[in-house]
Design a protein around this ligand. Structure first.
Ligand code: SAM
Length: 219
């Protein structure tokens, strides 16, 4: 049973969290208002609702985590989401990042390698009234049948930029991806400037769970 009550305590805690994100440098009002609208505690089991509005990552099962709210806001801000954008997410996890992107008007495709997480996220996002297109599999290979995408967001730490993903971006499209070792990764914003050209902007360091797959870390 998913507890979908969103009372004044949740709303108050959420508002405080969003204010905190503003002080940490998240300036895109559309990102902040989408995160204010999405009850993050829906993505937690009811035992842990009290942790939902801390600016922290939290375990979601299968050894994975729901990303820290600041990280979700940061990656979303880098993407410059426009209503109607066709976005591919790698690492559905809890579904929270997907919900934020859909709240901003994105048509969302998302791949998760753990079937149990994918199924749980699918059920919750549908109950919330969203219609994401989800699949279970290795996201490092992208989603050829659905490409090209306006934006791609990778929510797990990659050892290198998977070229397959770049090839599935539209010209003018943007990919946000954390790349580094198993301890820390640098956030990259990769803009596809032409069929065979890209421009990469190096941003801040983060610590993600590993991107595991053919073009990622090996199991
Ligand atoms: N976006 C998620 C959220 O909002 O909860 C964050 C999820 S967590 C930080 C990263 C997710 O990436 C994990 O659920 C993990 O199983 C998944 N993952 C890792 N490698 C993957 C791959 N090759 N393809 C798809 N998902 C992958």
């Amino acid at each position: 049973m998913i507890d979908m009550t969103d009372d004044y305590k949740h709303k108050g805690a959420r508002k405080k969290l969003i204010e905190l994100l503003g002080t940490k440098g998240i300036t895109d009002a559309r990102v902040l208002s989408a995160m204010l609208a999405i009850p993050r505690h829906y993505f937690f089991s009811s035992t842990f609702h009290s942790h939902a509005y801390e600016d922290k990552a939290f375990p979601i099962g299968e050894g994975q985590t729901i990303s820290q709210p600041y990280t979700v806001a940061y990656q979303t801000q880098v993407l410059h989401v426009v209503k109607g954008d066709k976005i591919l997410e790698i690492g559905t996890g809890s579904g929270y990042q997907a919900a934020v992107l859909m709240q901003m008007g994105a048509k969302l495709y998302s791949i998760e390698r753990h079937e149990a997480l994918s199924k749980k996220a699918s059920l919750l996002l549908q109950k919330m009234g969203f219609a994401p297109i989800l699949k279970c599999g290795d996201g490092t290979k992208g989603w050829m049948e659905k490409a090209p995408f306006d934006k791609i967001i990778v929510t797990a730490g990659a050892p290198v930029v998977p070229e397959t993903l770049v090839s599935q971006l539209k010209v003018g499209g943007v990919m946000v991806i954390p790349v580094g070792d198993d301890k820390r990764q640098k956030m990259l914003s990769i803009i596809k400037t032409g069929e065979n050209t890209t421009e990469t902007i190096e941003l801040d360091y983060f610590a993600f769970v590993p991107l595991i797959g053919e073009k990622g870390w090996k199991k």
